[in-house]
Design a protein around this ligand. Structure first.
Ligand code: HEM
Length: 445
């Protein structure tokens, strides 16, 4: 049986220092130095980094029952409860089945209209000619879209409270990577208290909305309507308020920051690659002429779709997926002991020189349909795969493209200085370090 190799490590703490410093680069180095399966450890916990598409397929598609979500996400349960992201086994399966109508193709048309309308309102208010933080702008915009599509207009009056509370929560999410989280959470630290307060505020809003809807039932075309009416023949019937709360909280968290980060990176890549910006604007003019963007334009905006896909390749918002082995098993001949964490990194695979030519180059043409055969599954997996694949993948792709389209009808993104290079800030998601400073140049339609 092949024995995975890995770096020489310090006793007990293992590779935590390298992992803390720059985790995506640490993983890229492991893959380069030790190949398809690299071994490392953190505080005595054994881990394997898998960097071959067949090995990733084995974990996510062939043997999902032998693995569960890793410890980090188990800890996120304190906030997200038993929502889709954190639940396991039969309960997850049931919740996924109950949730899927909310993401059906037939619903997307309505969401897409909301996406365009809200984007128009936001983007039209952006200032031209001054430095902005595109990450923050995109965060507010995607949050407004989740608010509308999830809760109809219910939270608009409290949008700022929701945004502020979510910011506290997101800024504390890195805690779940902290091995001392369980201790931190019981200590009355100011950050713990702020986190609890933010969570209580969100809970109050979400439970308030659920109570209102129970009094005035009916389909309002949003995700919440689906959850309120969801029932399961085989089991106990409707979803309880607690389950609805957990799913809503999950979608609040999972459904906006990822897309916002991707959009900030897309605007940066367009600002840094003028020739693609020009081509994108030309496509947009060809599709829309002089009129504003509509939801129906999405399928025709092929280049913008490729640009969004290429952005997710270079800057995957979910830059790593981990699982914990529940039993002793084998992955393509490699022994994996129960309790081992297996890590599969989009950051590594999306830039792997064995699978991509000029991996660091921004080249949206990679995603032309005639080049699809170049790509093996799991050399590109921004939305994961298998039974835990992102339920919002269509939602995010439509949202990303439509927001870019609306944006480019109003502005050209420009770098703050020629050659400016944005750095990554790998949290749970791959944020730009210190935000994404850009200057927006107004354009005539
Ligand atoms: C570019 C944007 C997005 C990216 C890159 C992304 C990525 C991912 C990935 C990689 C997973 C799988 C995690 C794992 O297997 O451990 C996931 C799961 C999930 N995502 Fe997304 N996501 C995005 C947008 C969204 C949106 C817009 C929503 C909802 C509106 C959403 C909701 C979810 C949920 C609920 C799960 C858990 C699914 C399950 O386990 O059944 N995501 N996402």
């Amino acid at each position: 049986m092949p024995e995975p190799k890995g770096p020489v490590e310090l006793p007990f703490i293992g590779s935590i220092l390298s992992l803390r410093e720059n985790p995506p680069e640490f993983f890229a180095r492991l893959a380069a130095d030790y190949g398809n399966v690299a071994r490392f450890s953190v505080f005595g916990r054994e881990a394997l980094l898998l960097s071959h598409p067949d090995l990733i397929q084995e974990v996510l598609i062939e043997q999902p029952k032998n693995f569960r979500k890793s410890r980090g996400l188990q800890l996120a349960k304190a906030l997200l409860g038993d929502g889709l992201l954190t639940s396991e086994g039969d309960f997850h399966k049931r919740q996924r089945r109950l949730s899927s109508p909310a993401f059906a193709r037939s619903r997307m048309a309505k969401y897409a209209e909301d996406m365009v309308r809200i984007s128009e309102r936001h983007v039209a208010s952006y200032p031209a000619g001054v430095r902005v933080d595109a990450n923050q702008l995109m965060m507010r915009l995607t949050l407004a879209i989740v608010n509308k599509t999830l809760f109809d207009a219910d939270v608009s009056a409290e949008a700022d409270t929701v945004a502020d509370a979510l910011e506290v929560i997101l800024n504390n999410m890195d805690r779940i990577l902290n091995p001392f989280t369980e201790i931190l959470n019981v200590l009355p630290l100011p950050s713990t208290l702020r986190l609890r307060e933010a969570q209580a505020k969100l809970d109050k809003i979400v439970y308030g909305i659920i109570a209102d809807r129970r009094k005035n039932p009916g389909d309002r075309g949003d995700l919440l309507s689906i959850y309120m009416s969801a029932s399961d023949d085989e089991a106990t019937g409707a979803m309880t308020d607690k389950q609805i709360r957990d799913e809503c909280m999950t979608l609040f968290i999972a459904g906006h920051e990822t897309t916002a980060n991707a959009l900030a990176w897309a605007l940066y890549l367009l600002a840094a690659n003028g020739e693609w910006l020009k081509k994108a604007r030309a496509e947009l003019r060809e599709v829309t002429g002089d009129r504003p963007v509509t939801a129906d334009d999405y399928p025709k905006l092929k280049l913008l779709q490729n640009i969004f896909a290429e952005t997710l390749r270079l800057y995957p918002p979910a830059w790593t997926i981990s699982r914990e082995a529940l039993v002793d098993t084998q992955i393509k001949g490699y022994e994996v002991k129960a309790g081992t964490t297996v890590v599969m990194s989009q950051w590594v695979m999306h830039r792997h020189p064995a699978y991509w030519s000029n991996p660091a180059q921004f080249d949206p043409a990679r995603f032309n349909p005639d080049r699809a055969h170049d790509r093996a599954k799991f050399t590109y997996f921004p939305f994961g795969g298998g039974s835990r694949q992102c339920i919002g993948d269509q939602f995010a792709s439509i949202e990303g493209v439509l927001i870019l389209a609306v944006f480019l009808q109003h502005f050209e993104p420009c770098l703050i200085v020629p050659g400016y290079t944005a750095e990554i800030h790998p949290m749970i998601t791959l944020r730009p370090r210190g935000g994404m400073p850009l200057v927006l140049r107004g354009v005539s339609k």
